[in-house]
Design a protein around this ligand. Sequence first.
Ligand code: AMP
Length: 170
Amino acid sequence: MTGHKAIIGLGGNIGDVLDSFRFGLDCLHADPATRVTRASPLYRTPAWGLEEQPDFLNACAELETWLSPHELLSLLQSVEDMRGRKRCEMWGPRTLDLDLLIYGEQQIDTNNLTVPHPLITERAFVLKPLAYLTPGMILGAKTAKHHLQVLSSEEQKMKLVSDDTWWMVS
Ligand code: AMP
């Protein structure tokens, strides 16, 4: 039986972030009910919100999962915690941030989980790697690629760090 297709966003700007990203995807792939099917390229992005902090690395990954959306959120948070994530400042520096962006076609709005993630269409650092994985995905009646064109000035500040081979099933 096939699972649900989900897309997550990865971000971080403290420590060896590429190592944290690989650690994060390895943990998700090791979960018996989830496998990582693809990763996007990796981008370096100026910090958004609180600007006096190091640049972020950002990427997205596609999962196949048999977990429910809330179970997947718990898994993402436990992986963040394993990497020493402290939730203290809203836009502040972080070792590893894992957001659930898309879960199949589902729309979820609960106290602790909103899907599709509300920031997808507003931030190039989310949209660019997402549009790489699913350029034709419809978000609010327009494709991911179209939304990205609207954010082109923000997109131009993003630097490609690696193609999509930075993560491989180990
Ligand atoms: P963040 O600082 O981005 O890691 O935000 C974490 C908080 O956002 C947690 O309290 C989550 O319950 C909440 N949240 C709501 N929707 C989502 C989502 N789609 N993905 C990840 N966290 C979410």
